[in-house]
Design a protein around this ligand. Structure first.
Ligand code: 0PR
Length: 365
């Protein structure tokens, strides 16, 4: 650390120069994050100093968090849902498994998780000492519910289903998983980190939420398709008593107990998340999702016309292809199986897709 500080302008100029080294979103097709909506940025700046870790000092910001959870609860057919804003899908998934573990204390617990699930479950289970039982997928890359059921035994504390798988954009058959959860009286966590703000806005929404009695918790990330600033995740459960299973005493704070994983928590990105939901409404989100889905179809159709076959027919805006190479200049990613993966986020416009196809035509020719 310097002995004598630099003028603020000089520091910011140096930071700005570093930022120039970052990619801009214009060529990024590999990210599940996107440019935040301008209204989220404005809200974020307004709440920069707020700390939800001590909500009694920021009652207005705490009310915004409650409104965010209530809005999502209503969207997920359970207006009375409880929940809180986490740092993202990883934290929400960890917390959901902590709840599942506290609700059913058994020796050597296990949890049944689809093979397509995000690596955050590996972190969660490692931390919590839970054995992972990996349920295989069917031919369309959704979890095979019968095979999942076969993995359940008397040490199983929960099941997971994914709404918008990270790699192939599939939605697991949550209705069937919910049936299994009810039958075995198991906690069912739905990881809708990505698809939670896509599926409700499709012309024909696939059922995945609290309307299904077997669904216990839902993770959804406003910092993905919610176009909020980072970090903004949400964990929703059916009622407050479920969250309270995680309470620890916080004697010197303005609240006497907390169930969150983080202590100090940003209010800024939570305000950003609510701002986008309020500003766009269902109508606005339907338009955003329709655009992303149209771009997904167009990319698949365009690349197939060039002889690059799709790897899956996705339920949400993730397109994957049977090729190990991408046209230069574009950031795509590759799945564990080696398929090229493009996420058609709101920053990926129809023009971007056409430009990618022009470059692809030249490259794959
Ligand atoms: N669950 C699902 C289904 C996810 O896709 C992700 C992240 C998570 C949980 C974890 O969320 P957090 O990363 O918010 O904790 N999916 C993306 C991925 O791993 C995250 C991402 C976003 C990665 C932008 C890269 C990137 O540029 O691919």
């Amino acid at each position: 650390m310097r002995e004598c500080g630099l003028p603020g302008d000089e520091v910011l100029a140096a930071l700005g120069a570093k930022k120039e080294e970052d990619l801009t979103y214009s060529t990024i097709l590999s990210s599940m994050c996107t440019l935040p909506h301008p209204v989220a940025v404005r809200a974020h700046v307004l709440f920069m100093e707020t700390n939800l870790g001590d909500p009694g000092l920021f009652p207005g910001t705490a009310a915004i968090e409650r409104q965010l959870i209530a809005t999502l609860g209503e969207l997920y057919h359970h207006p009375g849902a409880a929940g809180y804003a986490s740092s993202g899908g990883t934290e929400s998934n960890i917390q959901a498994l902590r709840i599942a573990k506290s609700s059913r204390p058994v020796d050597r617990p296990n949890v049944v998780i689809p093979a397509s699930s995000h690596f955050s479950f590996e972190k969660a289970c490692g931390m919590l000492g839970i054995e992972i039982r990996t349920a295989p997928l069917d031919e369309e890359l959704r979890v095979d519910v019968d095979r999942a059921r076969e993995l359940i035994d008397d040490r199983t504390i929960g099941i997971v289903g994914v709404v918008g798988t990270t790699e192939y954009g599939m939605v697991d058959p949550i209705r069937e998983l919910a049936g299994v959860a009810t039958e075995y009286d198991l906690f069912l966590h739905v990881d809708a980190a990505f698809g939670g703000l896509v599926v409700p806005f499709l012309p024909e929404p696939i059922p995945f939420d609290f309307a299904l009695p077997g669904v216990s918790s839902i993770a959804v990330d406003p910092h993905k398709m919610g176009m909020s600033t980072i970090p903004a995740g949400c964990l929703l459960v059916r009622d407050q008593a479920v969250l309270d299973l995680l309470n620890v005493d916080t004697p010197y704070l303005t609240v006497k107990q907390e169930y969150t994983l983080g202590g100090t928590r940003p209010g800024a990105s939570v305000a950003g998340a609510l701002a986008v939901l309020e500003h766009l409404g269902r109508e606005g989100f339907r338009a955003v999702v329709a655009g992303c889905m149209e771009n997904t179809r167009r990319l698949i159709e365009g690349l197939e016309a060039l002889g690059i076959g799709r790897a899956a027919t996705p339920d949400v805006n993730v397109a994957t292809f049977r090729t190990r190479e991408a046209p230069p200049g574009w950031r795509v990613s590759f799945t564990r199986k080696g398929d090229m993966r493009c996420v058609l986020m709101p920053h990926v416009t129809a023009d971007t897709v056409e430009q990618f196809l022009v470059d692809a035509e030249r490259y794959y020719a």
